[in-house]
Write a protein that binds this ligand. Structure first.
Ligand SMILES: N[C@@H](CCC(=O)N[C@@H](CS)C(=O)NCC(=O)O)C(=O)O
Length: 232
């Protein structure tokens, strides 16, 4: 049962920077509550309360600490859950794959709907085309090769790590965005990895729950822009 000591993750009712954190909390077996920002006043109040170091979310309140930042929070949770690798070599490999997955997902895929709202539909389409090229040429070949060398089905070592969380987060967009989905036919190990990760018992339950949000659509991007004061 959630009480006031239960960790509280503040973000929008969508994936974005919060989703890898949610997946890590689930994988680490840490119970948490989602606090969704719904209005501009919700966001301004957090700033007034001094909770947002750089006036940005996500925010995780845990163990009496106020943590901010997608990656710092993700790393904190992964350390708590021992999802950050066992050896120096594993930790470094996990960090490199985590960076690659973030670079795949953020500039072109996750930002595309925000570009549609703030720039134009054409810009959004260009982002997705660019994402397709980057996936094919730069990122999916790497994930495919690393997975081909894995005996556990996970990217690094014998168990689930932060690398799996970030790569799953990125590949799930590839699977769910119709223009990107055909890529998976050429990268069967990436396709199998999505299934393998999704079938881990705690993750499976989470993905089937209403806490799992779909990729950002135009309405959600518009809501977020309003809350952040990016639309007049
Ligand atoms: N580097 C930060 C960036 C976080 C970020 O850009 N958050 C957005 C929401 S997704 C935000 O709160 N923006 C408000 C602003 O920049 O004014 C992180 O990794 O968490």
């Amino acid at each position: 049962m959630a009480d006031e000591r239960t960790p509280r993750l503040t973000y929008f009712a969508g994936r974005g920077f919060a989703e890898p954190i949610r997946l890590a909390l689930v994988a680490a077996g840490i119970e948490y509550t989602d606090n969704y920002l719904e209005t501009r006043d919700d966001f301004l109040q957090l700033i007034k309360d001094g909770k947002l170091m750089f006036k940005q979310v996500p925010l995780l309140e845990i163990e009496g600490k106020t943590l901010i930042g997608g990656e710092p929070i993700l790393r904190f949770v992964c350390r708590r859950g021992r999802l950050d690798g066992k050896t120096d070599e594993e930790k470094t490999k996990i960090d490199m794959l985590t960076m690659g997955a973030k670079d795949l997902a953020w500039p072109n895929i996750i930002n595309s709907k925000f570009d549609e709202v703030q720039v134009s539909k054409e810009k959004c389409e260009e982002d997705i085309k660019s994402a397709f090229r980057e996936c094919r040429q730069r990122y999916l070949p790497v994930f495919e090769k690393v997975l081909s060398e894995s005996s556990s089905g996970f990217l690094v070592g014998e168990s689930l790590s932060m690398a799996d969380i970030m790569v799953f987060d990125a590949l799930a967009y590839v699977k769910e965005i119709p223009e990107l989905q055909p890529l998976l036919a050429d990268f069967p190990r990436c396709a199998a990895f999505i299934e393998h990760f999704s079938n881990q018992p705690m993750i499976k339950a989470y993905l089937a729950s209403p806490r799992r949000h779909p990729p950002t659509d135009t309405k959600h991007a518009t809501d977020v822009c309003r809350i952040l004061g990016w639309l007049t």
